[in-house]
Design a protein around this ligand. Structure first.
Ligand code: PLP
Length: 428
């Protein structure tokens, strides 16, 4: 199918509303060839530098040659495997994951996607503590599956019926609110180490230490959602390492796939395995921890743990910070700053129109960047971790063009309202 046929078929058989949104928004891009930090439209008319990386799926770039080579070799030997049986591949990956974590976090349940892995974390916490309450943060995002959805904001959840019992949200990074919410019936506090959909507000060490201490004191488990922040994104292997805390449960997904084969994992403290004592088959997933995915994930871990890899992430982050500072100075106050923990970054603008507007003008200038849905002043900036510093001249040339165009278009423009019109009742 060519580009035009693909768009028509997408609108007819996948989603006419998404197709309409992208048409109105002026981003009728259909992903074609891809490699490294770049992707092209199906007809080759447009090339984008990926500064979103699907929230970390493309940490190692598109079609990383080492990952492809492992996948090809594995296809000669393996398949998905059998989730009812024991597996050398799942055993090896679980052992490798345990080696990346603080002592005592030695067990893994595998899944297919991040939401599923979050559901497992919540099931584990409830079953282990025999408590019901799950505390999450307003504006956080943990996925669209059952329990993950229940931790999230009303706008994603409300059309699908009442929130299941026991789920409570408090305002983010607010220790006093957490103190009030976490009680003797609380099974877990769940948080993203840096909340991406909320626009990358970076927590303080005092907050993280306070939250961890509070959980310990009240007997609740601390679940860190490292779906975006894990695997080197922040310049440490796990984002929580920055804050000197040790969670009880850690969730990873996205980048674990190498961008090639879906896999996610819920890692947890050894004692929690007691939950499966009576019936080890009480939680299963047909494709969770598929053997092909395990091989790919092993290669992801090998690459991301090389000593030079994390050093590169930190130095690229510093280079971004310096250039964003310079660009902000030239932007007449339009670009206000940078939130960052390693390459977990958010560009700050002044108001809620700016994120959607910058997403569009960045696209026009040849950058794939997406605004933070729960704080539209922020443009998420998540380059592949393998981006070379040599690419930054081009990246920042395009970003400067995008900012220039946004400043020109901004007066009188209401792209955010337009987007709401596509999705909202008025547009139907
Ligand atoms: C922090 C975080 N947790 C969980 C998820 C859910 O992952 P998935 O879409 O693979 O179910 C996402 C997805 O964007 C995420 O960003």
């Amino acid at each position: 199918m060519d580009r035009k046929e693909s768009i028509e078929a997408f609108a007819t058989h996948v989603s006419k509303w998404k197709a309409a949104f992208f048409r109105k928004y002026g981003m009728d891009f259909v992903m074609g060839s891809r490699g490294g930090t770049r992707l092209s439209d199906l007809d080759g008319r447009k090339e984008l530098i990926n500064l979103h990386s699907n929230g970390g799926v493309f940490n190692l770039g598109h079609r990383n040659p080492a990952i492809i080579s492992v996948m090809k070799k594995s296809l000669d030997e393996l398949d998905i495997g059998n989730h009812h049986l024991m597996s050398a591949e799942r055993a090896a990956l679980a052992k490798a994951l345990a080696a990346t974590l603080p002592k005592g976090l030695g067990k893994t349940v595998f899944g297919v996607g991040g939401g599923e892995a979050i559901d497992v974390a919540i099931k584990l916490a409830r079953a282990y503590t025999r408590r019901a309450k799950i505390v999450s943060f307003v504006g956080a995002y943990h996925g669209h599956t059952g329990y993950a959805l229940a931790t999230g904001d009303d706008k994603y959840r409300a059309p699908f019926g009442p929130r299941p019992g026991g789920f409570v949200q408090v305002s983010h990074h607010d220790l006093a609110a957490l103190e009030e919410a976490v009680d003797a019936d609380t099974a877990a506090v769940i948080m993203e180490t840096v909340p991406a959909t909320l626009g990358m507000p970076i927590p303080t060490t005092a907050f993280m230490e306070g939250a961890a201490a509070l959980c310990r004191k009240r007997g609740a488990l601390l679940v860190m959602d490292e779906v975006q922040t894990g695997l080197g994104r922040t310049g440490r292997f796990w984002g929580f390492e920055h804050f000197g805390i040790v969670p009880d449960i850690v969730v990873t997904g996205k980048g674990l796939s190498g961008g090639i084969y879906p896999i996610s994992a819920t890692m947890f403290r050894d004692e929690l395995e007691e939950v499966f004592h009576e019936d080890p088959f009480i939680h299963i997933s047909t494709f969770g921890g598929s053997e092909l995915g395990c091989r790919v994930a092993m290669e992801v871990l090998r690459i991301s743990q090389e000593p030079a890899f994390l050093a590169h992430v930190r130095s690229l982050s510093d280079a971004f910070a310096q250039r964003v500072g310079e660009l902000a100075g030239r932007s007449h106050g339009y670009l206000k700053g940078l939130r960052r923990l390693g390459l977990m970054m958010g560009l700050e603008f002044g108001d809620e129109d700016d994120g959607p507007l910058m997403t569009r003008t960045s696209y026009d200038a040849g950058l794939l960047m997406i605004y933070a849905n729960n704080d539209k002043r922020i443009l998420q900036c998540l380059p592949p971790l393998v981006m070379e510093e040599g690419e930054l001249d081009e990246v920042f040339g395009r970003l400067e063009a995008a900012i220039g165009k946004a400043r020109l278009l901004k007066p009188g423009l209401a792209l955010a309202a337009m987007a709401a019109g596509v999705f909202g009742k008025k547009g139907k």
